[in-house]
Ligand binder design. Structure first.
Ligand SMILES: Nc1ncnc2c1ncn2[C@@H]1O[C@H](COP(=O)(O)OP(=O)(O)OP(=O)(O)O)[C@@H](O)[C@H]1O
Ligand SMILES: [Mg+2]
Length: 319
């Protein structure tokens, strides 16, 4: 068996993975938490099983996986490698202890400054994919943002079009999951892709999806829950978007503005992730400067009030 499936860095021997516990399932298979001999805790996403595939197809899947294992960013979920055994075709990923951002928000009371920080991580992650890795994600949504210690948010489930395509071609009986397979999520697809069915997803596709994702984050809801799925493309082409009345009153204006700019019907008017990054960095800098000024004022005021204490009382009156 070892000779047939040589270890080439991105191929992982399934015998090295143990203690699998099911933690969820999605469009492409069941996800397990497991332990790897070297990597420790990992998430194993079983794509399909019990299938012999041609050498050519195997090579295509391997090449794609190998390319993705090179992608390294603190804001992108790491793909350690893939298991490619006839009874087990799986992706072995970095384990993110809090699950998706949706799951994290449902479990914990997450304040706005943490939300802003997690949004910044996502911007950094997608900016890296676009600029350094030259990849369009094509499925940006709250369920593909995972949260780990820190908390730190990372983007996952990108660039696996060959795996997804193969999974789509495999008959329902052979696939590990019985759910239907779609690339991209209807609620997050921009209008220009509904208008031109042959249009290739570009970086502005991800920007639009990110706008819908910000709405999902700030409202903690799913978009268009009252609409039938086949109505969504027409409504989106006609400039309808997720319900703004659901946005909480205390949501930072900064996030609301960014969300609306991202889901602009005209892709050219949507910001790039670099522009969003610059803006969020500027905002953080402004907050830091503001904090420093406040601390300085507080110190000065404290000294000032100290001067006016009666000589008998040396107690500092803090303001
Ligand atoms: N790397 C990971 N670390 C920890 N948990 C994960 C990881 N990847 C997925 N999960 C868990 O598995 C569940 C299913 O994830 P999956 O990505 O398969 O589903 P999905 O995002 O809903 O669908 P899809 O990505 O196929 O469109 C998630 O809800 C999450 O709880
Ligand atoms: Mg996913």
């Amino acid at each position: 068996m070892a000779a047939a499936y040589p270890y080439t860095g991105h191929i992982i021997d399934h015998a090295e993975i143990s203690e699998e516990v099911c933690i969820g399932s999605g469009g492409f298979g069941v996800v397990y938490k497991a332990s790897h001999k070297i990597f420790g805790d990992v998430a194993v996403k079983r794509i399909f099983k019990d299938l012999e595939i041609s050498i050519r197809d195997r090579q295509i899947l391997e090449d794609e996986a190998q390319k993705l294992t090179q992608i390294r960013s603190p804001y992108v979920v790491l793909l350690y490698g893939v298991v490619m055994h006839p009874c087990n075709y799986s992706l072995v990923l970095e384990y993110m202890c809090y699950g998706t951002l949706r799951e994290y928000q449902l479990k914990y009371d997450v304040n706005w400054s943490t939300i802003e920080e997690l949004v910044r991580h996502v911007i950094l992650g997608i900016h890296y994919l676009h600029v350094t890795a030259k990849i369009v994600h094509r499925d940006v949504k709250i369920g593909n943002i995972l949260v780990g210690k820190g908390p730190t948010a990372k983007v996952s489930d990108f660039g696996l079009s060959e795996w997804h395509e193969y999974s789509r071609m495999v008959s329902e009986n052979c696939r590990a999951s019985s759910e239907s397979v779609t690339v991209g999520t209807t609620t997050h697809i921009p209008p220009e892709c509904f208008m031109d069915i042959n249009r290739k997803a570009d970086t502005k596709f991800d920007v639009y999806s990110f706008g819908i994702t910000i709405w999902e984050i700030v409202t903690k809801k799913r978009p268009y829950i009252n609409a039938k799925p086949d109505v969504i493309p027409f409504a989106v082409i006609n400039n309808q978007r997720p319900d703004e009345n659901e946005i909480p009153h205390d949501c930072p204006v900064f996030l609301t503005n960014m969300m609306k700019e991202c889901w602009n019907g005209d892709p050219k008017r949507r910001p790039t992730f670099k522009e969003m990054l610059d803006r969020i960095t500027e905002k953080r800098h402004a907050v830091t400067v503001c904090d420093e000024v406040q601390v300085r004022c507080l110190n000065e005021t404290t000294n000032y009030s100290f001067c006016f204490q009666s000589p008998k009382s040396h107690k500092i009156k803090e303001i």
